[in-house]
Design a protein around this ligand. Structure first.
Ligand code: ADP
Length: 443
């Protein structure tokens, strides 16, 4: 600043001197004119530099070097540094904001930020899926106008956000219900944070658990009622030896039924709770087939004797291979398919069990029968627990309704594939295809 003042006065003195030299006749006037002329020139030059600086500032491009030097240059440099520092701060804040928004975007829950009037300020991708929001269309819209559920409207207006609210999700139908759990959290000055969670799977699991408990109780109650009825009869009535024998026989049957049910339940819970079998243990197919054949013939003999039926049981091949996996699980799955075929196949029917190596080296275990067959609408549900097409036939032949659920689990755990094909009135074919990596040919 001092140098500027010194420079200005020096310039004036130089102006005075020049005027004095140019007009030696009237040196006073010459000096004055020189001072005024040099002062004007200084002013013009200074204004010009100031104007250039103003243009540079207005352009806002601080990356360009300052257009002038001296005082104006220093001002420009200071402005440049200040703007640079501000830009860095803004960019840091923007980066941090982007990080936050990125984290919210990555959240598995839906997040919607609402202003004090309930208008949408921001939402993440999950929220847009939950509520069908569109970033271009719905920002600054009232959320209450977009989520038309009456329960939500009451929740939003009620201002008591201490609990979660269940609302149907977008595209929810009676056949494919979608359930959302949402909660509002106040923050800032009257703003609201809305969190939404898809609880469809959770609710389905809970419904399944309830159904399962109800089914198990029902399955156990029937034989239990019969058993306790007979116990009471045996305790209160004097019975003949033949009657006693008959009653005890029925009681044994009911006890056996409960035992089978409990065994199947335990098997299912083992299958669900243990890691899948590895590839290290090998199960001999010929040994398993021999055991299955023995069981099938025994069961068929019992059922045929009871109903006067004759069944043709054919074990076409012994399957000269080994499968890697759990011997008990594989036997249980195969045995369920074979016993089902025997149990459901009618008079003069045929049950055909086979093992075949397919072209790609995988192995197919199949059970074909000429039983009643299954209508197409039942087939996708057969592997559900306690799902039965023909309840009375299932119970009469000692079924628990869990056989195919066990088969499904075993098949999944061995990386295999279960296929069910059936024509009502003609019969059914159940097959399990084991992948190549679980097969070892014998001999
Ligand atoms: P269940 O103990 O009742 O046999 P499963 O889970 O083994 O239970 O089978 C489910 C239902 O599938 C059975 O109740 C039956 O209605 C039907 N089903 C299974 N196998 C056959 C078959 N080979 N032929 C006809 N229906 C079958």
């Amino acid at each position: 600043m001092i140098w500027r003042a010194v420079g200005f006065f020096g310039f004036q003195v130089a102006g005075g001197l020049c005027g004095w030299l140019v007009l030696p006749v009237q040196p006073d006037k010459g000096a004055l004119a020189g001072v005024v002329a040099f002062g004007l020139a200084w002013f013009m030059a200074d204004t010009f530099r100031g104007a250039r600086l103003l243009r540079w500032v207005r352009a806002g491009d601080v990356a360009q070097p300052a257009p002038t030097s001296g005082l104006w240059g220093e001002i420009a440099e200071r402005v440049r540094r200040l703007v640079r520092a501000r830009e860095r701060m803004t960019s840091d804040s923007q980066d941090r904001l982007n990080d936050f928004l990125g984290a919210l975007q990555a959240s598995p829950n839906g997040v919607v930020l609402l202003d004090a009037q309930g208008r949408i300020e921001w939402f993440n991708h999950t929220a847009s899926q939950h509520f069908g929001l569109d970033a271009r269309r719905d920002l600054q819209q009232y959320l209450g106008n977009l989520v038309r559920d009456p329960g939500f409207a009451a929740y939003l207006a009620g201002r008591d956000y201490s609990h979660e609210l269940a609302v149907p999700g977008r595209g929810s139908t009676a056949l494919r219900p979608v359930s959302l759990s949402i909660q509002l959290h106040p923050y800032g000055e009257g703003r609201l944070l809305l969190l939404s969670r898809d609880v469809t799977a959770l609710e389905q699991a809970e419904a399944m658990r309830r159904d399962f408990v109800a089914n198990v109780s029902h399955e156990i109650r029937t034989p239990l009622t019969v058993l306790s009825g007979f116990v009471e009869t045996l305790q209160t009535l004097t019975l003949s030896e033949t009657e006693r024998e008959r009653y005890l026989g029925t009681m044994a049957l009911q006890a056996q039924r409960m035992q089978t049910l409990v065994n199947d339940l335990l098997m299912l819970s083992r299958l669900e709770g243990s890691p899948p079998p590895g590839l290290a243990d090998w199960v001999s197919m010929p040994i398993m087939m021999a055991q299955l054949e023995r069981e099938a013939r025994e069961l068929s003999a019992v059922l045929c004797a009871k109903a006067g039926r004759i069944q043709n049981i054919v074990f076409a091949s012994q399957g000269q291979c080994e499968l890697s996996g759990s011997a008990s699980e594989l036997l249980s799955a195969a045995s369920n398919l074979v016993t089902n075929a025997v149990r459901y196949t009618s008079l003069n029917g045929e049950v055909h069990v086979g093992v075949e190596t397919l072209l790609d080296g995988s192995v197919e275990f199949s059970v074909r029968d000429t039983g009643p067959g299954i209508a197409p609408e039942h087939i996708p549900r057969l592997t559900e627990r306690f799902y039965r097409v023909d309840r009375s036939r299932s119970r009469d032949t000692g079924g628990t309704g869990l056989g195919l659920a066990i088969v499904k689990h075993v098949v999944q755990r061995h990386g295999a594939e279960l296929t069910i094909a059936s024509t009502p009135g003609q019969g059914s074919r159940f097959s399990i295809i084991f992948p190549l990596e679980r097969v070892r040919q014998l001999g």
